[in-house]
Write a protein of this length. Sequence first.
Length: 202
Amino acid sequence: MPTIHFKGRILPDHEKITTPPLPSVDWRESTTGPLFNFAISINLSMVDVTCTLEKYDPADNISTALIRAIEFSRGVLDCLCFAHGLGLSLILEEVVEPDGRVKPLIFKNSRLAPLCTAFNLTPNYIGKDDFAAMYAMVITEPPLFLALNELIVAISIPGHITVNCGRAIESLRTILVPNDPTRAKAWAEMRKVLRLERSYLD
């Protein structure tokens, strides 16, 4: 059976985390879906997730395998962090295909870039909506910083898109109306500011 490897590291790496041998995990997305087997190794903060598949086609999208590789390897690290009171993060940076070819993993959604109209990143542009203005707004408004970070995490961890986008919306809601126990006023204000009908948000 073909095997691919997702490789990465734990940051900061000076802790040099090593895990004991771990059992592999069989996974199917559905009862009729293809079978994946994941084996996770962390040695001196270097991560290797071995994924064995029933079949492999380079033209196929490996997103399903990648999402599970991220979640399972982060799950291992989170257990260690919880047990030792550590705050560490894990990134997967490359995939090694069955033929040995190494490809970088880039978490990017090109469809989102044209939707970013809050500020202007044109080189040498200076104005009220330039990058410096956006930065100043973010660092002086903690909930906005948190909302922005939630959106970036949604891009960085594909399996967390729904949860993190929901958290981002909640952060923006508290900016508009900080004290609103029923949340009704805040949602009404958000629809007004964003010019959205309730049916769109529901």
